[in-house]
Design a binder for this molecule. Structure first.
Ligand SMILES: Cc1ncc(COP(=O)(O)O)c(C=O)c1O
Length: 392
């Protein structure tokens, strides 16, 4: 048998195993209509599963900025930032991102996934050169990009139970004096829509010095003055050493950003392989990023509206808070898939999230809101979820 044939058999067996557990992932072709409506197989659906919290994918000013910059600077960067892919648009967006986050500097890797890798690689690479041991302490529900980044870095790490600061404190106390400890968490958790206890983390940092790497992929845009994030809203920016942001969610674009000190960003250009060895985001995306930042500043009603809609949906399902990520827990994978199909019959697109994206036995519908959803659409959603809960 050729190696090709054995590879095919191996792939089929692996996929069959996923299928048997109702865990196989497949894509569907969608046609975007606007920020919150799509067409699938000729049917118009209201999209309740994107991360388009502020509807900026379709904001006329963002589209115009990207289109104009594309005509001027071309469709792609054609090289990494360290070769010839770093334009005035990138430099200007980085300065704007840094100012927005209250940081000295920023670097724009091609995605949030890569931004997390580059941030971790910067710490590990610099520590290696300096001969310092480093240990990462990761929240159990940290995004796959953070876990992959830490695992892939070869550095030592421990995982602490979700938001369990007593356990985190015990781990921090194990530190030997030579070691640098890095706590890695998210301000708003991507699958649960809950928040890290940032004030308590800031207190903990005073008792046990550590570096705080905070992923604000989902906090940015939705919280804080000008959408600067949850840490900014809570006036805890100073407690954070390294912010990771995505341009792909509230900003409606693609790309990531690491915002930190000038020296961290300089080190990233030397040790952050996920940035160094990848083509820069297109110049037009960098220009679009600044347009998104301006919209966040000039149209704060978008943030107010998405949080108000989130409060409405959360109240209806017995949850507190105003985070636009609303998890609807279901017993198992078939139940989650049935629930998603049921909502789709009612014209609502909601994704069933299953392991390994979430821990075993926690399959759920991940409902997300956008300021562009109408009151009527949200009312239909609430009614549909209530009916689901009665059936399940
Ligand atoms: C918490 C978190 N961090 C990082 C990422 C990766 O961002 P991007 O989609 O821009 O690669 C995501 C997106 O899935 C996320 O939810």
């Amino acid at each position: 048998m050729s190696d090709d044939a054995s590879l095919e058999r191996l792939l089929e067996a692996a996929l069959e195993s996923r299928r048997a557990q109702h865990l196989e992932r497949r894509r569907r072709v969608i046609t975007p209509i606007d920020a919150v409506h799509v067409e699938i197989d000729g049917r118009r659906l209201v999209n309740f599963c994107s991360n388009n919290y502020l509807g900026l994918t379709h904001h006329p000013k963002v589209i115009e900025a990207v289109a104009t910059a594309t005509r001027a600077a071309g469709a792609g960067a054609a090289a990494s930032g360290l070769i010839s892919g770093y334009t005035s648009g990138h430099a200007s967006a980085e300065a704007a991102l840094a100012a927005w986050k209250g940081a000295e500097a920023a670097v724009l890797p091609p995605s949030g996934y890569q931004a997390n890798h580059a941030a971790v690689q910067t710490i590990v690479g610099s520590a290696e050169v300096a001969g310092t041991r480093v240990r990462f302490l990761l929240d159990k529900l940290a995004h796959a990009s953070l876990i992959d980044a830490v695992r892939g870095s070869g550095a030592s790490f421990r995982i602490f139970p979700h938001n369990d600061l007593a356990k985190l404190e015990r781990l921090l106390a194990e530190r030997d004096s030579e070691e640098m400890q890095v706590v890695v968490t998210e301000s708003v958790f991507s699958m649960d829509g809950d928040a890290a206890p940032l004030a308590e983390l800031a207190d903990l940092k005073r008792r046990h010095p550590f570096v705080l790497l905070l992923d604000e992929a989902h906090g940015s845009g939705v919280y804080g003055p000008n959408g600067a994030g949850l840490a900014a809203e809570l006036r805890l920016t100073d407690a954070v050493d390294v912010f990771v942001v995505t341009l792909s969610k509230a900003m409606g674009l693609v790309g990531g950003a690491v915002c930190s000190s000038r020296s961290f960003c300089d080190a990233l250009l030397n040790f952050g392989r996920a940035y160094v060895y990848s083509t820069a985001v297109p110049p037009a995306i960098a220009v679009g990023c600044e347009a998104s930042l301006r919209v966040m500043r000039d149209e704060p009603e978008r943030q107010r509206r998405v949080r108000e809609l989130a409060r409405r949906v959360r109240e209806a399902v017995g949850m507190n808070g105003d985070c636009p990520i609303v998890p609807i827990g279901l017993q198992d994978e078939p139940a989650a898939l049935r629930a998603a199909a049921n909502l789709e019959e009612r014209g609502l697109l909601v994704l069933a999230v299953r392991p390994p994206t979430v821990p075993k036995a926690t399959s759920r519908l991940r409902v997300t809101l956008s300021c562009e959803h109408s009151d009527d659409e949200v009312a239909v959603l609430i009614d549909a979820i209530r009916q689901l809960k009665r059936v399940e």
